[in-house]
Design a protein around this ligand. Structure first.
Ligand code: ZN
Length: 350
């Protein structure tokens, strides 16, 4: 993999190295190899994550992070290059961001900051597989920094904070019987309507935090139930996803949901905290001033929350339209990849 080609071609090369979650060895090998002979970087490998650190002796350290994995292909692998775009699996989420970080890692042999580049595995699947989790366990000092930039797709604007996410199951119970003699049973599927009523009558809160409007949500995402075509079912379970704004902790969000579904069996599956906007932090203020692009709230959960939980201000800033992430027609404008690169280079050199 040649790093000193233009950013479009580098993105295409990265897209064409298959790296579906838990299959990142090939891409991690190439990333490690491309960085390990550079004098200004100290490279550490942890499983299939690669950490490259400068040691310029500056007082502040910045993390620039991106995940190496993608969701599974959907007739969009390998990728293609047009005059203006790179298309294909992961072009948006987030091989174009990885291309920017790799190029910066190569070219910035000095900066006003010390920089830790993090290329990590398995962000797209359960938290327990996340490369940052493994790095935290094995050598958490590698994540030390004053400010973190997650290169998740933001369409080249700065997205601040992120909403938290709760996933839980709510069940309705009944009694099993033959459907021909239904009066001997109690249908659990029919008992779902009050659960659906709670969901349908939920009014989503839209708090304005540091001037930016977030938007909470409550969505049924999965349903499981039924025995056979002639049986009154005795159990149905609905999985529900609640997205909550950064002014709410995961604990309070859980309490709110337990209250809302107080009449039903409630089982928490997982909880991910939200992250504050960080806009009162000096480093973020300076970043916003130098980069000078629009700012928006981040609705989806990202690893900024992980840094925020450790007290480290973090923002999302990367090429690619987040609406196209995980979409079969992922495509990123080459010009946007170049713009994000130039902005970061300018800030890191200013
Ligand atoms: Zn992503």
């Amino acid at each position: 993999m040649k790093i000193n080609q233009d950013l479009g071609d580098l993105t295409l090369d990265l897209v064409n190295i298959s790296s579906v979650s838990q299959d990142e060895k090939a891409i991690a090998d190439l990333v490690q190899e491309s960085l390990s002979n550079l004098n200004h970087l100290k490279v550490t490998r942890i499983a299939n994550s690669v950490v490259a650190q400068t040691n310029f002796g500056n007082s502040k350290r910045v993390v620039i992070a991106g995940h190496l994995d993608t969701v599974p292909a959907n007739n969009n692998f390998p990728g293609k290059k047009t005059d203006t775009e790179i298309t294909g699996l992961g072009s948006v989420d987030m091989k174009s961001g990885i291309a920017v970080a790799l190029k910066l890692a190569h070219e910035l042999t000095k900066s006003n900051f010390d920089i830790t580049y993090l290329f990590y595995e398995s962000e797209e699947i359960e938290t327990k597989f996340n490369g940052l989790e493994l790095i935290t366990k094995q050598n958490k000092d590698l994540l030390n920094c004053d400010f973190a930039i997650l290169m998740e797709p933001t369409n080249g604007i700065i997205e601040v904070g992120c909403q938290g996410s709760l996933r839980f199951e709510v069940s309705a119970k009944g009694n099993r019987a033959h459907s021909a003699r239904w009066w001997n049973g109690e249908n659990a599927i029919h008992a779902l309507s009050p659960i659906l009523e709670v969901i349908n009558s939920y009014e989503s809160r839209e708090p304005v935090i540091d001037g930016y409007k977030f938007r909470e949500g409550l969505q049924a995402v999965k349903i499981n139930g039924g025995v056979a075509g002639n049986v009154v079912p005795d159990l149905v379970t609905m999985t529900i996803n609640h997205r909550f704004a950064p002014d709410t902790t995961a604990k309070v969000a859980e309490e709110n949901m337990r209250k809302l579904f107080i009449n039903f069996d409630f089982k928490l599956m997982d909880a991910a905290s939200a992250a504050p906007t960080g806009l009162n932090n000096e480093l973020i203020k300076n970043f916003v001033k130098v980069i000078s692009t629009p700012i928006a709230p981040k609705f989806g959960w990202t690893d900024v929350a992980r840094f925020a939980a450790a007290g480290i201000p973090a923002i999302n800033f990367g090429p690619g339209d987040p609406n196209l992430a995980h979409h079969p027609s992922e495509a990123v404008k080459i010009k946007q990849i170049e713009d994000v690169y130039s902005s970061l280079k300018k800030w890191l050199s200013n």
